[in-house]
Design a protein around this ligand. Structure first.
Ligand code: IPD
Ligand code: CA
Length: 282
């Protein structure tokens, strides 16, 4: 597929967002290296937020909205603060200021600033930046996927038995989630004997690991649009697939995701899962 802008200024939007993400990265890196900051909880004891999450989201939304009038925003901390998710045809920035807040709080350097751009409800661009390791992933529809400017490719592996798979349990610890996670884990690790299991504690890092071919597949239930919007296009532009865990088409608002290097592996992985349903967030 060749890049075709559907908005005449699309490239300007993306270039400016990259500038802001790098600025936000300095803020995150400074906070990461500083003595611990105040940590609050949101929906539960396992759902964390810090002043840095809020400061980064403010920087990104203020910067983008000053420059691009009429653009909309779906940001993790704004929604936590009561903002309604409005999913319209307008250019919409889907923002996770720090994906992997638990890692950030525990000073585990697997975190990402995520900025996705949707126009007419189609994800057109994704930026995922780990300011600690200084890895910036970027994809635009039809332009390929890159890490620090170099092209990346998902793995071509079709077989679970030859895969490193990421099954991530997020902050929702209900009995249904427990059953889904434990049953799926048993199937891929014990019955199917995959090479190994990893989970990096950030949906975005999990997905770029698939995009760059380090891991072969990833599944998570209970994620939000801001966790997966930006990295989803990085996976598909790197040649991988992103679907619903059941195998049906991916819906960024559905609160679940499966991605894999190949469609064959994605299908086999889907068949191993104990599925969970969620109310879509929009
Ligand atoms: C979380 C991370 C985590 C995933 C959760 C997410 P946050 O985002 O991506 O890996 O398991 O589902 O909510 O809270 O760190 O921004
Ligand atoms: Ca997140």
């Amino acid at each position: 597929m060749v890049f075709q802008p559907i908005h005449e200024e699309e490239q300007v939007f993306v270039d400016y967002a990259i500038e802001l993400v790098k600025k936000a990265g300095t803020l995150v890196r400074t906070a990461f290296d500083s003595p611990e900051s105040k940590v609050d909880t949101k929906s539960s004891n396992t759902d964390l937020v810090t002043e840095t999450d809020q400061a980064v989201e403010k920087l990104l939304i203020e910067g983008l909205s000053e420059r691009f009038k009429g653009h909309r925003f779906i940001g993790e901390e704004s929604v936590a603060g009561g903002a309604k998710i409005e999913w319209t045809d307008a250019p919409t920035w889907i923002i996770d200021p720090i994906d992997g807040t638990t890692n950030f709080v525990h000073r585990i350097p697997m975190i990402a600033i995520c900025v996705g751009l949707a126009i007419k409800k189609q994800i057109r661009a994704g930026i995922v930046y780990n300011p600690i390791t200084n890895e910036l992933y970027l994809a635009q529809l039809g332009k390929g996927a890159f890490k620090n400017g170099f092209p990346i490719r998902a793995s071509k592996n079709q077989f679970i038995a030859e895969s490193v798979l990421i099954l991530q349990l997020g902050s929702i610890r209900s009995p249904v989630m427990q059953k889904s996670f434990v049953d799926s884990y048993k199937t891929v690790m014990f019955d199917k004997q995959c090479h190994g299991h990893r989970s990096f504690g950030s949906a975005a890092i999990n997905m770029v690991m698939v995009a760059q071919g380090s891991c072969d597949g990833y599944v998570e239930y209970g994620i939000h649009a801001w966790d997966v919007a930006a990295p989803s296009i990085i996976v598909t532009e790197a040649g991988g697939v992103v679907t619903d865990p059941t195998g049906s088409p991916f819906d960024v608002m559905s609160r679940k995701v499966l991605c894999a290097g190949t469609a064959e592996l994605g299908r086999d992985l889907s068949a191993c899962l104990t599925h969970v349903d969620f109310e879509p967030e929009a």
